[in-house]
Design a protein around this ligand. Structure first.
Ligand SMILES: Nc1ncnc2c1ncn2[C@@H]1O[C@H](COP(=O)(O)OP(=O)(O)OP(=O)(O)O)[C@@H](O)[C@H]1O
Length: 187
């Protein structure tokens, strides 16, 4: 299997189906964007990939041994959470390598004292800086200022060609700048 991920006619939801059928694939080196109206089920589709949502029909094929990291749209923030930025990155295997300069001042800060945008960027890097070959990003530009968005664009544009990203975003300009392909989902 060359692709990292293939969705073949996936119908996903919770108690009942919400989205689908959707078919798409993510090849190494690709940043695939999913776009569609609010509430159509884009986050649900990402959750189906990690089995956090139910799959009613279709088939999900993951390359054997594939590691997946998932940045959620509404991350859980434990409060108080005295863990430091660098400890989160160590836990997720994202501590080494070429850290985006924006993160350097956050390494010794407590997670529960970071702003929404600081936490967002740190969590994105916790996914992108680790060992996962496939990274799922759900509205990654949420809370990011233009500098944070530019840093994220740079990270995605220089992604290791062996890895792939499947992302959901309403930011048309961001999607156009980083995605190699866009999948539209409609009702
Ligand atoms: N755990 C859940 N159990 C049941 N229904 C859920 C659950 N999570 C989300 N939903 C419902 O699933 C539908 C699709 O939600 P989802 O977040 O996947 O949409 P979306 O396309 O990502 O929306 P948006 O663009 O607004 O982020 C919504 O009606 C939502 O209320």
């Amino acid at each position: 299997m060359d692709a990292l991920l293939e969705l073949d006619g996936i119908v996903a939801g919770y108690d009942a189906p919400i989205i689908g059928p959707v078919s798409l694939r993510v090849q190494p080196g690709e940043v695939v964007g999913i776009q569609g109206p609010n509430g159509i089920g884009k986050s649900t589709l990402l959750r189906a990939v990690t089995r956090a949502a139910r799959v009613f029909a279709g088939e999900i094929r993951r390359r054997p041994g594939l590691r997946v990291a998932h940045q959620r749209q509404r991350p859980v923030r434990l409060s108080p959470m005295p863990m430091l930025g660098r400890e989160l990155l160590r836990l997720t295997g994202a501590e080494g390598g070429s850290l985006p300069p924006l993160l350097t001042p956050l390494l010794d800060r407590r997670l529960d004292r970071l702003s929404g945008g600081q936490m967002q960027f740190l969590q994105i890097w916790a996914c992108l800086g680790g060992a996962a070959e496939l990274v799922l990003l759900d509205e990654p530009t949420n809370n990011l200022d233009p500098r944070g968005t530019a840093a994220l664009v740079e990270v995605l544009r220089t992604l290791d060609r062996r890895r792939g990203v499947l992302l959901v975003s309403h930011e048309a300009d961001f999607v156009q700048r980083v995605c190699t392909r866009v999948v539209e989902v409609a009702a």
